[in-house]
Design a protein around this ligand. Structure first.
Ligand code: ZN
Length: 93
């Protein structure tokens, strides 16, 4: 599964892609501003949701975007501080 860490600090646009998230990434500081990129609470939700994303992929509802797909061309799920944001492209590449 493609995953990413995105800095939620105001004015910071740091984003880094990963194959998946793991516990070693909890409390990782943003290389640009030092904010926490992945809190324990956000990681716990990720771990809880992962099997559901895998189920949706096995049903063909979700597919991983090819490596190198620009973020603005892929559907993404971003959970932070109790809010799930889902972004989807309005046009295809
Ligand atoms: Zn940052």
């Amino acid at each position: 599964m493609n995953a990413f860490l995105k800095c939620d600090a105001p004015g910071c646009d740091h984003r880094e892609n990963h194959e998946t998230l793991d516990a070693s990434m909890v409390d990782k500081p943003c290389p640009k501003c030092g904010a926490n990129l992945l809190t324990q609470a956000d990681y716990d939700v990720w771990v809880a949701l992962l099997p559901q994303f895998e189920l949706l992929k096995s049903l063909g509802v979700l597919v991983d975007a090819p490596v190198g797909t620009p973020p603005e061309h892929a559907v993404s799920f971003n959970y932070h501080d109790g809010r799930m944001n889902i972004s989807a492209p309005l046009t295809t590449p």
